[in-house]
Design a binder for this molecule. Structure first.
Ligand code: SAM
Ligand code: DTB
Ligand code: SF4
Length: 326
């Protein structure tokens, strides 16, 4: 079998050439890389919980939770530890192996809320689940405290290219984003970072994003590919959502560039048919969000996902399978 080495020195031109390959060839090559590095037929199942919803001071143009847009979501303060642990127990019972906690914060503050989050991490971890958090910007010390509490992964998406970033978010920079990723990495956390398709970005922006991710060393262990879920009241409410072909092209390119990473078919999966999701899995996606809700929007129904797993003969990946840095 042809061998695909792990590389961190991809040039922009190489990424561009891969991305623009004829789609069927791209998918077939991605599938070959998948066979070499991943556990074919296994899919990671992650459940999301919004532990603090809405009221975020950032202006991310896609987001239901920014204070700047009237989106009609139900806002709530940080949940109690017990409520979060109960949700994690239910997620585990439903078959999830990773529990991801999201807070609509610009950054973590060193206050009682952070202490509560650390306690959530400890208790969810003790259930035998992988624990991920997405809390906005972190200092190196906060990243260490999270690691010490037992956090597995930190999610912090780059979302798009460096050059398109300011079209989508003006309240922080790409450099801020990269700084938090470095702090999380330095503390020994694994990284979950990816993008959103459907922000009005060009192919060149998608290629730039993939190039940035693929030249991180080590690669992010987890790369979520979100398709925009248009939210009424946000500047992107009327955006054209990506087609499945665009999603497959990005997933397949990510799979070839980052052979050991889990590539997550994340937000927007609910719009895809079983056949379309199967195509994404063939092209290298091997992680999904499981559960009725993402953060503020609906996800595919658990019963439908169970039926899809049965139909395709998919086994859920066990917790902590190959989470070591590449
Ligand atoms: N506030 C933290 C942050 O921005 O890092 C964590 C929560 S934030 C909601 C997590 C990620 O969800 C964003 O980076 C973005 O990629 C994704 N996301 C948010 N709203 C979305 C939407 N409407 N459609 C698709 N993805 C979305
Ligand atoms: C990620 O990449 N996508 C998730 C998770 N990481 C935090 C969030 C998707 C949010 C979709 C819109 C919503 O439910 O508000
Ligand atoms: Fe806030 Fe995160 Fe939403 Fe941006 S994506 S507005 S930082 S919750």
């Amino acid at each position: 079998m042809e061998s695909y080495p792990i590389r961190h020195d991809w040039s922009r031109a190489e990424v561009e050439a891969l991305y623009h390959r004829p789609l069927l060839r791209l998918i077939m090559e991605a599938a070959a890389v998948h066979q070499q590095y991943q556990r074919p037929g296994e899919i990671q199942t992650c459940t999301l919980l919004s532990i603090k919803t809405g009221g975020c001071p950032e202006d991310c143009a896609y987001c239901a939770q920014s204070v700047r847009y009237q989106t009609g979501i139900e806002v709530h303060r940080l949940l109690d530890v017990e409520a979060v642990v109960e949700a994690a127990r239910q997620a585990k019972a439903a078959g999830a192996t990773r529990f991801c906690m999201g807070a609509a914060w610009r950054e973590v503050r060193n206050n009682r809320d952070f202490e509560k989050v650390l306690q959530m991490v400890r208790e969810v971890r003790s259930l035998g689940l992988e624990v991920c958090a997405t809390l906005g910007m972190l200092t190196p010390e906060q990243a260490e405290a999270l690691k010490e509490a037992g956090l597995t992964a930190y999610n912090h998406n780059l979302d798009t290219s460096a050059s398109y970033y300011s079209e989508v978010i003006t309240t922080r920079t790409y450099a801020d984003r990269l700084r938090t990723l470095s702090a999380a990495r330095a503390a020994g956390l694994t990284l979950c970072t990816g993008g959103i398709l459907g922000l009005g970005e060009s192919d060149a922006d998608r290629i730039d994003l993939l190039h940035t991710l693929a030249t991180l060393q080590p690669h992010p262990e987890s790369v979520p590919i979100n398709a925009l879920v248009p939210i009424e009241g946000t500047p992107l409410e009327k955006s054209r959502v990506p087609t499945v072909w665009e999603m497959v092209r990005v997933i397949a390119t990510a799979r070839i560039l980052m052979p050991r990473s889990k590539v997550r078919l994340a937000a927007g999966r609910e719009r895809l048919s079983a056949v379309e999701q199967a195509l994404c899995f063939v092209a290298g996606a091997n992680s999904i969000f499981l559960g009725e809700k993402l953060l503020t929007t609906p996800n595919a129904a658990i019963s439908q996902d169970q039926a899809l797993f049965d139909l395709l003969g998919i086994e859920p990946m066990t917790a902590f399978a190959e989470t070591l840095p590449a």
